[in-house]
Design a protein around this ligand. Structure first.
Ligand code: 9W4
Length: 418
């Protein structure tokens, strides 16, 4: 009996090439694979995973498998599966249920298939798998030692569940590890958003007025990288502390009502809706480019933009020319969806390396300690965070200093005055 359902097993060769490329860029996970493939600390574990089926995820799956785990996998978004990667995993004998463009019913069917082998650990991105266990198959929970969660949104939902006393097993908030969120938001989103803009437009960034709405971690990453390409970066904010940080970083800060008149490229990274609306579109220069890298696709009000347009034409992949009544053109990228995912390839493998190394070590931790943990949301230990940062540095060829015993004693001596 086949233990997978994917688009086409014939795509496996291409998928293997993509995975090999990711492996060459993910030294921390590869280090962990080498370290644990003999000892097999996950022997006996049955891991059900629900995580975007990408080349980077494949490196995680293969590493979990090398460490002895049995695997059953589904994608966590009907649109994010790379069918060739899914095929390569299936061709290696791994149990995978995912294909690009699946329906919502198929999406849950795939999750349910991964639950058939009665997992002892679960791995989530968005908490759909954990919710499925809790809502449809709570009888599986007593055999589950623990789970992990990759994203902010998922962790948020799980904390709410834990507070209501509804969580049936312990979960590790991988998202909250510093080597995860502080790197993928700033460096991952920063580079891949610029990459998406360039792929969709082939525009020169140097000398352009580049408007970043929101100076959280993602906004900061975009602003930094746009500046690195020679753009003149303008930041809009609602929070005075974030705005102050942006000014001290050397960016110009102003309200969107003013930025809308001078911007050449606009990117939203706020997490709230209606950041750019009709009155802004009406003021924009001919040729302005607008896009979003925030979590939702409502940061640009598309009803307003389309409502103002006399014609909308896709002039390149992920690039629509919206012509306004007076003939001005506004170019909308990726229909306002996340430009770094829709027009580029998301976070580079080097960044995912740290997120997924956290996933791997969290799985080992849950296998060992899950039984003794409270049924709440736990955070990754500082030691794990530091270990991942150390290995990453080492693989990049950097070494750092260590404190001497005298320095440690000095730090810890509260009596040592000034
Ligand atoms: N990918 C995604 C989602 C929707 C979507 C219709 C064509 C997130 C994190 C990682 O959400 C993800 N819709 C698309 S493309 C697309 C892609 N459309 C809409 O028109 C295009 C997603 C994590 N990650 C990386 O960032 C890098 N490797 C990873 O595993 C992956 C995917």
């Amino acid at each position: 009996m086949e233990t997978y359902k994917i688009k086409d097993i014939g795509l496996a060769e291409n998928g293997k090439k993509k995975i090999a490329w990711a492996e060459s860029r993910m030294p921390v996970l590869m280090h962990l694979r080498k370290k644990f493939e003999k000892e097999k600390p996950l022997k006996g574990a049955r891991i059900a995973g629900c995580l975007h089926v990408t080349k980077e995820t494949a490196v995680l799956v293969k590493t979990l498998s090398a460490a002895g785990a049995e695997i059953s996998w589904s994608g966590c978004n009907p649109l994010s599966t790379q069918d060739d990667v899914a095929a390569a995993l299936a061709a290696e004998g791994l149990s995978i249920y995912a294909w690009h463009g699946q329906s919502v019913e198929d999406f849950y069917w795939c999750i349910d298939k991964t639950l058939e082998f009665r997992p002892t650990l679960t791995l989530d991105d968005g908490a759909d798998l954990i919710f499925r266990v809790h809502s449809k198959q709570p009888a599986l929970a007593p055999d589950i030692l623990g789970g992990t969660e990759e994203t902010t949104t998922g962790v948020h939902r799980l904390r709410a569940m834990a507070e209501a006393g509804k969580l049936l097993y312990p979960v590790m908030a991988v998202n909250d590890a510093e080597t995860k969120w502080d790197f993928d938001n700033v460096y991952g989103t920063g580079q891949s958003s610029i990459d998406g803009i360039v792929r969709a437009t082939s525009i020169l960034l140097a000398g352009k007025n580049f408007v970043v709405a929101g100076y959280g971690h993602c906004g900061k990453g975009c602003a930094m990288r746009a500046r690195g390409m020679g753009a003149r970066v303008i930041v809009t904010e609602v929070d005075p502390i974030a705005a102050l940080k942006a000014t001290l970083e050397g960016f110009e800060v102003m309200p969107m009502d003013r930025a809308s008149k001078i911007g050449d490229i606009f990117i939203t990274a706020t997490g709230v809706k209606d950041v750019i609306v009709e009155r802004h579109f009406k003021e924009m220069k001919d040729g302005a480019v607008v896009c979003n890298t925030g979590h939702y696709d409502c940061e640009l009000n598309l009803n307003d933009l389309y409502g103002l347009s006399t014609s909308v034409t896709e002039i390149r992949p992920n690039n629509e020319a919206c012509v306004l009544k007076d003939g001005r053109r506004i170019y909308l990228l990726a229909k306002g969806r996340l430009v770094n995912l829709a027009a580029a390839e998301g976070h580079p493998s080097e960044v995912m390396d740290m997120s997924f190394a956290n996933q791997f070590l969290a799985m080992l931790y849950m296998m060992k300690n899950g039984k003794n943990l409270g049924k709440t949301v736990h955070t990754v230990s500082k030691e794990q965070d530091r270990e991942i940062a150390s290995v990453k540095l080492e693989t990049m060829g950097f070494t750092i200093d260590t404190l001497t015993a005298a320095q440690i004693a000095y730090i810890n001596d509260y009596a040592a005055g000034t």
